[in-house]
Design a protein around this ligand. Structure first.
Ligand SMILES: Nc1ccn([C@@H]2O[C@H](COP(=O)(O)OP(=O)(O)OP(=O)(O)O)[C@@H](O)[C@H]2O)c(=O)n1
Ligand SMILES: C[C@](O)(CO)[C@H](O)COP(=O)(O)O
Length: 242
């Protein structure tokens, strides 16, 4: 087995408007989670996946994935937790078999290209202990004071040099023992991504190019982008079939 991927999919999607858990929101004809797993399992390096599903929907998610991916799909479903970090830890605890490379990928990033998945695994196999896909920052970034959720009354403190900044995506890749040690050592809610926990241990995290198509569906506008990308891919498949 080359690599396994843990897929946190238990979030409520509050910034998307709540209601159905975000990973179960339909994009086109299937839920976001199905798109994400199809994208991940299309990579030859991925041998298994463990999904952290909404705790009250584990059986429903198992049935959904069996229907959409096939009963023999190498996918295990467990109950996620109250935070992304806990969901990842539960998925990691459920990972069986001798798999030295473990990826963590948000179900909310349904369209990650195979090339990014392969690059992450190859970087770990080449000796890195941890790796993240990332994109350069295209907006000017400023630090503000009086941070308010709606941005009201904030003031700029300084402009941050964006040349040394990267917008980090998933799948993030790790040596399995490194990821396990990071989760063991990190307080709950300590960081917003798994690489952050590894950094806190002093482990070097490598960077590989990400992809605009690996964007995270977070706010309502992202759903429009996701549908547009789906339509473009359908048209490309139709063109190839002609
Ligand atoms: N308790 C949680 C929270 C998040 N996630 C997952 O972590 C990924 C990234 O989290 P995010 O985009 O923040 O999803 P939500 O937490 O659902 O979004 P929001 O913060 O808007 O509620 C998502 O695939 C989400 O399903 C999870 O498995 N368990
Ligand atoms: C893990 C992540 O997708 C990397 O950019 C991001 O940190 C998740 O943040 P969220 O607020 O949990 O969506």
């Amino acid at each position: 087995m080359r690599a396994a991927v843990l897929v946190p999919a238990a979030g409520l999607g509050l910034r998307l408007g709540g209601g159905l858990p975000k990973a179960l929101r339909e994009l086109g004809d299937v839920p976001m989670l199905v798109h994400a797993l199809r994208s991940l399992l299309a990579a030859p390096c991925i041998d298994a996946a463990v999904v952290a599903a909404p705790p009250d929907g584990v059986d429903d998610v198992r049935g959904l994935l069996a229907r959409e991916l096939g009963a023999d799909a190498p996918v295990t479903v467990v109950a996620g937790g109250a935070t992304r970090q806990e969901s990842v830890r539960r998925a990691l605890d459920a990972l069986t078999g001798d798999c030295p490379v473990v990826l963590v990928h948000d179900a909310a990033r349904p369209f990650v290209p195979v090339e990014v998945v392969e690059a992450v695994v190859a970087t770990i196999e080449a000796g890195a202990l941890a790796v993240v896909p990332a994109l350069p920052v295209v907006d000017t970034v400023k630090e503000v004071t009086d941070v308010a959720p709606d941005g009201a009354a904030e003031c700029v403190v300084r402009t941050v040099d964006r040349a040394s900044l990267r917008a980090v995506q998933t799948p993030q890749g790790f040596r399995r023992d490194v990821l396990a040690a990071a989760h063991e050592a990190s307080p709950e809610g300590d960081t917003t991504d798994d690489a952050g926990m590894v950094e806190r241990m002093g482990v070097t995290v490598s960077v590989v190019p990400g992809s605009e198509e690996a964007f995270k569906v977070t706010r309502p506008f992202d759903l429009l982008l996701a549908e547009a990308l789906l339509n473009r891919r359908r048209e490309q498949r139709a063109d190839r079939a002609e």
